[in-house]
Ligand binder design. Structure first.
Ligand code: G3P
Length: 215
């Protein structure tokens, strides 16, 4: 399973990249706003850190506007993926962009049938949001399992990119199901390192090594 990092924070991206944990980056208008720089500057800076796919989200509501934005975004880096929302106009844009060989990521997906629509339109990635479904008492990971079954059954190339990841259990379940990618917030990524037995093991090794060198 590939790890994308779900942030526009340059320090967080660089830190994760240095540990070999950034296969790609996903952004959205909320994450760009949080990072505090303008859209183009942010994406261009991210492109200097990673050669992996960078999802850049369109904000137009019509296909023509989305395609126009895509043509601008594609000049910001060689690894740009055009993120489009799950609407009829969005799917028109995905079809047009994919016919030109441009990679797309369909976002705000909340049902397996929306994922099926995105795959039929030719999306490179589909982004089902697990955390936001959990928030409304609907099991997000059940949707991932259903999408996996559908995509395998019909041999779609569209990659399942698990989004709205909130905790390590989401990642474990995504990996067990066989999701292609999970996009992970920096805090959740750092949680993956944590185990009390790792901490106590390090403390004991260091204590023993100090006693050993003192001999
Ligand atoms: O990239 C979009 C998605 O991951 C957002 O997550 O936590 O705002 O639901 P969240």
């Amino acid at each position: 399973m590939q790890f994308f990092i779900d942030t526009a924070d340059m320090t967080a991206i660089q830190t994760a990249h240095d540990m070999g944990l950034v296969d790609g980056v996903t952004t959205n208008p909320t994450l760009i706003k949080k990072a505090g720089l303008d859209h183009e500057t942010t994406i261009r800076q991210i492109a200097t850190i990673t050669s992996g796919p960078i999802s850049v989200e369109t904000i137009s509501t019509d296909a023509e506007g989305m395609i126009k934005e895509a043509d601008t975004f594609l000049q910001w880096g060689s690894n740009i993926v055009i993120k489009v929302v799950m609407t009829p106009e969005g799917m028109k844009a995905v079809r047009a962009l994919s016919s030109r060989g441009i990679k797309t990521n369909v976002t705000l997906v909340f049902t397996p049938l929306q994922a099926l629509i995105a795959a039929k339109s030719g999306a490179t990635y589909v982004s089902p949001f697990v955390g936001r479904l959990d928030d409304i008492s609907t099991p997000g990971m059940a949707m991932i399992q259903q999408i996996r079954t559908i995509f395998d059954q019909y041999q779609f190339d569209t990659q399942i990119l698990v989004a709205s990841v909130r905790n390590p259990v989401h990642l474990l379940e995504a990996a067990m199901i066989g999701a292609d990618v999970a996009t992970v917030p920096p805090d959740t990524l750092m949680q993956l390192f944590q185990h009390p037995l790792t901490d106590s093991g390090i403390a004991k090794f260091l204590a023993d090594a100090a006693a050993w060198t003192a001999q």
